[in-house]
Design a protein around this ligand. Structure first.
Ligand code: ZN
Length: 339
């Protein structure tokens, strides 16, 4: 009851990369950088275990950014000539690489960190990949001329890596689709299908994470514009419910998402965001247990997981560690309250 996990990313130590940044520069290069990434992966595995998390991950320590970490392993993309593009329905501008030819994986993307993590923990291991719609919204297309076609091309590549991660011993593969909350109708029309293509043939647990973004200013301003009730989920949860994806990770802590929308996911595991990643105030176990209690009105005990709202990459490391402990203590308190 109330297994604990995180959305994915964790802050990078300052000997690995710039801190408090979503697109940090690495501190070193070559073999020294590869070693530093492995060391940071092990460090966070240990800290997640010490905090008491049930499902742990690599904290995305080997990726500069959750989308580009994947794109760097793909042929057909020109990284040398980035262009500025409005992303997530023009919520903010980003410098993005361009798709200039047929997409193909150069080789494995996350083999090193997945095998390293598997060798060093007995806990359930989760790995995150960007979802096909979100990738298609984070590159400029100069080749396919059709966003859906390009997204499905990415879905095929994601599927190759996901099947390989499963063979590495990963227990949960989660696709991150923040773009679903920016393109709700497209998410229902084809985004969920592209996601299923990416997850095709997986027998491990599959998950999708859909949030309102990291705690960066552009997202904070956007959230202010969304009004009293955030009902984006309502438009594509019915399509997700019919899909083969087993778990859905969503934002609940300090959010304006009406929790009754969780009902639209009947039958799925729901990873309830009980930790706000856009605030440096560390939740108390009572607050975490209260959020779990409110969500429990709409999802059964056995389907409820306690999770973070989103990744913690740009946060202060000490605060992130404290929030992991609050997450675990809050889930324990919720269990006690219900016993
Ligand atoms: Zn997120």
């Amino acid at each position: 009851m109330f297994s604990t996990t995180i959305a994915g990313s964790l802050p990078k130590p300052d000997w690995l990369a710039e801190t408090h940044k979503l697109w940090p520069q690495w501190r070193t290069q070559g073999e020294a950088l590869a070693q530093a990434k492995r060391d940071a992966t092990l460090l966070w595995l240990k800290l997640q275990e010490d905090a008491g998390l049930d499902v742990v991950g690599d904290g995305e320590q080997s990726r500069q950014h959750f989308v580009h970490g994947f794109l760097e392993a793909v042929d057909g993309i020109d990284f040398a000539h980035k262009v500025e593009m409005g992303i997530r329905a023009d919520r903010y501008k980003a410098m993005v690489p361009q798709v200039v030819g047929p997409l193909k994986l150069k080789g494995r993307v996350h083999a090193v960190e997945a095998r390293l993590a598997r060798a060093h923990t007995n806990r359930r291991l989760k790995f995150t990949l960007p979802g096909p719609m979100t990738i298609a919204d984070t590159v400029a297309d100069r080749f396919y001329g059709d966003r859906v076609k390009m997204a499905f091309a990415f879905a095929e590549l994601l599927n190759q890596e996901a099947l390989a991660l499963q063979a590495d011993g990963v227990d949960v593969i989660q696709f991150d689709e923040p773009a679903f909350n920016a393109f709700m109708k497209e998410a229902a029309d084809w985004g969920v299908k592209a996601l299923e293509r990416a997850a095709q043939g997986l027998t491990c647990t599959t998950a999708v994470h859909i949030c309102y973004g990291y705690g960066i200013q552009a997202n904070i301003d956007w959230k202010r514009s969304l009004g009293e009730q955030w009902r984006q989920y309502e438009q594509f949860f019915p399509a997700l419910r019919k899909s083969s994806i087993k778990q859905v990770s969503l934002e609940c802590a300090n959010s304006h998402v009406p929790l009754e929308l969780i009902k639209l996911l009947r039958g799925k595991d729901v990873l309830v965001g009980v930790i706000d990643v856009a605030s440096d105030i560390v939740e108390t176990p009572e607050q975490v247990a209260d959020t779990i209690g409110r969500a429990l009105q709409y999802v059964s005990k056995r389907h409820l997981y306690a999770c973070t709202n989103c990744g913690m990459a740009p946060m202060d490391r000490a605060i992130a560690e404290a929030k992991l402990r609050a997450l675990v203590e809050g889930a324990a308190l919720a269990r006690k309250r219900l016993a």
